[in-house]
Design a protein around this ligand. Sequence first.
Ligand SMILES: Cc1cc2nc3c(=O)[nH]c(=O)nc-3n(C[C@H](O)[C@H](O)[C@H](O)COP(=O)(O)O)c2cc1C
Length: 358
Amino acid sequence: MPHLFEPLALNSVTLPNRIVIAPMCQYSAVEGLATDWHMVHLGRYAAAGVGLIIAEATHVSAVGRITPGCLGLYTDAHEQALARIVRFMKETGPALTGIQLAHAGRKASMSEPWKGVKPADKAKGWVSVGPSAVAFDEGWQIPKALDEAGMDRIVEEFRTAALRSARAGFDVCEVHSAHGYLMHEFLSPISNKRNDDYGGSRENRMRFPLRIVDAVREVWPKERGLLVRLSATDYVGEEGWTLEDSIAYAKELKARGVDMIDVSGGGSSPKQKLELKPGYQVPFAEAIKKAVEVPTIAVGLITKPEQADAIIREGKADAIAIARALLNDPFWAWRAADALGHEVAVPNQYLRGRKLAV
Ligand SMILES: Cc1cc2nc3c(=O)[nH]c(=O)nc-3n(C[C@H](O)[C@H](O)[C@H](O)COP(=O)(O)O)c2cc1C
């Protein structure tokens, strides 16, 4: 069997193969509620032969949303809208279902990206929060620096959203600690200028994100999978968060019972410098996997079946996540199965098309 198509166990749940749909914001929610767009978008992937579908950044409060169109999970109605989609995905195919729990911090209250990089319209926007009153860039909001009570509230919001995710039926919960959003803002010295117990040393900067992970771990069912997505580096050199920092963070995450680290990068500084080339972040997933002895997901311009298979075969990561290539071709896993000489689960309704493809 090609390595890409080997199952992967996370506690008592098992990915039928190593292909993960990376979380992708759709900016199509109404007041944070999932809509028919999400049903079609996520439901289609459940028919597409992948191993794990991670739904887009789903925010633990209205204030934590990136845009007014972003998903949320902070009322019974949000929970029910997602539970319906999870039920459909489970009826449709063997892929595991995942949710990404998020808080956008200082990068909240923006417009949908197709309107340009700018704050949300005044009538729809809100005041963002962050570790310090420092904007991401010119033209971005200056966030309100969180006090202890505000931080305590957010920890509880993550806890409640994790409980809701479990009730909605997700198999995997991914905590979003990457891309310059709230948890990463606390980690990175670029955005964290605090001089209390939550700023300064790396240990202090990790304190709030680790409190969130602890709260999620307490309520997330032990038999299901718990992931954390991190940015391995800020891509700004020593003045930012580095791979060495990520290894230290991943050690703490592993000690807290996180099952797998989803290794992404960047997002905290407009000055980041990265060379976009095939598999550009795979070395980070490999470094964290080896140094921490924890399973990892590699992501970033993984587009070719042979490339994906080699990453697993060579022990660089335990799974690969794909975003854009799966938007371009939702049935990428079928193509990969053909290229590598394997077969994936196909729903009965699509069997005739599959035979044609072969
Ligand atoms: C439309 C779109 C939306 C995205 N939304 C999210 C998100 O909600 N959460 C997240 O962690 N990353 C998000 N990302 C980043 C992807 O998950 C992925 O890490 C990145 O696109 C690199 O993978 P790729 O080269 O396969 O596209 C998004 C990417 C795209 C293209």
